[in-house]
Design a protein. Structure first.
Length: 324
């Protein structure tokens, strides 16, 4: 028997339980993996709370790293003993062992350790699709990034700086401003006391920005539109402050023929070949040192409820890993 975090009803962190579970043999197209580290992400809170409903009872988590124990029939590109990681999978990463579709697993280069991999896959692949696909940033541009001291934010800002892009980042405190400035952000706006629309206008000399990357949602969305230059893009990839209210599309016309998109990693990484190409680019920028992955907090996997409470209370910065 092995253990996993499960929840039988939606709610706060208290609904998470540490249970014995049975993991069977992998079927066709599956692999059985033993986790060494599991990533913590805000989307896990959405799943637990029922914002993104899952059939109950359910496991949790979609990012992890570990070792292949066994592969099912038809799997030729993985074998027992391979070090692997993933950032896009069915729920179930909060476990000591699990079955997983083998096409979600990515072999880890020797230069990337398991804890780093667990901290970077979902967040790093998200940064990849946002700045290399959703809106492909170009050297010389200035962009706006909300939650610049968060897990995705720290990776995206470093990567953008590496590509010659100036990052304006919003953060919630002076401490987080220092962290963001040390990781690629050129201008940090503490939104709790500064009007970020006004500051973006000042920093850009009134030109505004071609793209806003917004994972905050309800509290920032309309003001994010006001930061965009004509024909600009708002990529809403999360909603940590709550869901955005229904939008009058006429606003997009009034504010400069703007674009709004709600992208997800599941869509961009749905095809195996796309996922592999995205991961290759991520591994390259991390191994080159252009993007540094720092694990700022670790919790034992069985203490996932405490990790969730701290994440929701904005007590964490950067990446958090649950250790197995």
């Amino acid at each position: 028997m092995t253990h996993a975090i499960r929840f039988h009803k939606t709610g706060g962190p208290e609904v998470l339980t540490w249970e014995e579970v049975q993991v069977g043999k992998p079927g066709p197209g599956e692999a059985r993996i033993r986790h060494t580290a599991v990533g913590l992400n805000f989307v896990d809170i959405y799943n637990r709370a029922g914002v993104y409903p899952a059939p109950l009872p359910s496991g949790l988590g979609s990012e992890g790293a570990g070792v292949v124990e066994e592969v099912g029939p038809g799997i030729t590109d993985l074998k027992a003993g391979d070090r692997v990681a993933y950032g896009s999978s069915p729920l179930g990463a909060y476990s000591e062992e699990r079955l997983i579709p083998a096409d979600r697993l990515l072999k880890l280069p020797a230069g990337i350790d398991d804890k780093t991999a667990a901290a970077m896959m979902l967040k790093g692949l998200t940064a990849q699709y946002l700045i290399r696909q959703t809106y492909r940033i170009k050297a010389g541009e200035t962009i706006l990034l909300h939650a610049a001291a968060g897990g995705v934010g720290l990776i995206l800002a470093q990567w953008a700086k590496h590509l010659g892009v100036t990052v304006i980042g919003t953060v919630g405190s002076d401490e987080k401003a220092k962290l963001a400035l040390a990781h690629g952000t050129a201008h940090a706006i503490v939104y709790t006391r500064e009007d970020f629309v006004k500051r973006v206008d000042e920093i850009t000399g009134g030109k505004k920005v071609p793209v806003v990357y917004d994972s905050v949602g309800k509290d920032t969305f309309l003001k994010s539109l006001d930061c965009l230059a004509p024909l600009g893009y708002l990529a809403l990839f999360g909603a940590s402050s709550g869901n955005v209210e229904p939008l009058n599309l006429g606003l997009l016309a009034q504010k400069g023929s703007l674009y709004v998109t709600r992208p997800t990693l599941n869509t961009y990484g749905a095809k195996r070949e796309n996922l592999v190409a995205m991961a290759k680019e991520l591994f390259e920028v991390v191994q080159s040192g252009a993007v540094k992955i720092e694990v700022h907090q670790t919790y034992p996997l069985k203490d996932a409820a405490k990790a969730h409470a701290d994440l929701a209370a904005r007590k964490t910065t950067g990446s958090t890993v649950l250790t197995v």
